[in-house]
Design a protein around this ligand. Structure first.
Ligand code: MN
Length: 293
């Protein structure tokens, strides 16, 4: 069996004092299945008068998957959706051909803790119509002293309600006093595991919060020990068939497609629509690096 690869996420400052640990993509591992982006935000206590306010920005070719652990955020998008997300809930936005959205803390001066993930859409879904779904209740159950929440895919006879377009697994595991579990895995999947708080041992190796463990396909079980107060995110998926290009908020299979999206966002093209009601200014797409082969 391949060894577990230990990857240290890099820290990115998103403004308003919000620092995130970005585990995907990394130099060592671009994706886990179709999961192509993982930011761990917080836990952070915003000072009075401050919160997270992300102005209107576009996406193509991906799904944004917000897993909220603490705090309250309102999502608004160019399809006209306005949706509050609270702890234990998921917002899943499918960009397809193009969408724009904003995200705002509801009350400033509060705590925020979330995982923001992206899922690359496969070639036959890249250009699909945009969509948005909110899930107030996710499948939750206990195994011994661990609390499990299924975020995506199928596990232990349960199926998550989130609509995904590739074989994927997303699982949140938490324990107050610590727990040991044997987790059945799909051996066709590669997996990534990251403690969001506390620490976890995988087959005797300890991973602290914001250390990412990558496991190649071929495992059918994982012996996991959660430390007291630990919360861990486990991602899995069939290795993605085609390499994707990621630039700014765009995912695609050609530089031309991404350059076109960049130019259309900058020119205010109707492709992305308009978001009403966000608190921060519309974001500008940075200039594309020159297109070289
Ligand atoms: Mn976004």
């Amino acid at each position: 069996m391949s060894p577990i690869v230990r990857i240290t996420p890099h820290t990115v400052e998103l403004g308003s004092g919000l620092k995130v640990h970005r585990a995907l993509p990394s130099r060592h591992q671009r994706m886990v299945g179709a999961w192509c982006f993982l930011d761990h935000a917080g836990p952070v206590d915003f000072p009075p008068g401050q919160g997270m306010h992300v102005g209107a920005h576009p996406h193509i070719g991906l799904q944004t998957f917000t897993w909220l652990i603490e705090g309250d955020i309102v999502h608004r998008d160019s399809l006209g959706n306005e949706q509050v997300i609270r702890p234990g809930q998921v917002n899943l936005m499918t960009a397809g051909h193009g969408i724009a959205h904003t995200e705002d803390s509801i009350a400033d001066g509060q705590r925020l803790h979330a995982a923001q993930l992206w899922i690359a859409l496969p070639p036959d879904q890249q250009d699909r119509a945009p969509a948005f779904e909110h899930h107030a209740e996710m499948p939750r159950w206990d195994e011994g002293d661990a609390r499990l929440t299924l975020l995506a895919g199928t596990h232990a006879g349960r199926t998550a309600p989130t609509t995904v377009h590739s074989p994927l697994l997303g699982l949140d595991l938490a324990s107050d006093k610590g727990a040991t579990l044997d987790i059945a895995l799909n051996p066709a999947f590669e997996h990534g595991l990251m403690p969001l708080t506390g620490h976890a041992d995988i087959e005797g190796e300890t991973f602290q919060a914001d250390e990412f463990a990558y496991m190649a396909p071929g495992r059918d079980t994982l012996r996991l020990r959660l430390g007291a107060g630990a919360r861990v995110l486990l991602l899995g998926g069939e290795p993605f068939a085609r390499p994707v290009l990621m630039w700014w908020n765009f995912v695609g299979f050609s530089k031309e497609a991404i350059a076109q999206a960049q130019a259309q966002w900058q020119s205010g093209d109707a492709r992305f629509g308009v978001v009403d009601g966000g608190r921060a200014p519309r974001l500008a797409a940075p200039p594309m690096p020159s297109l070289r082969d």
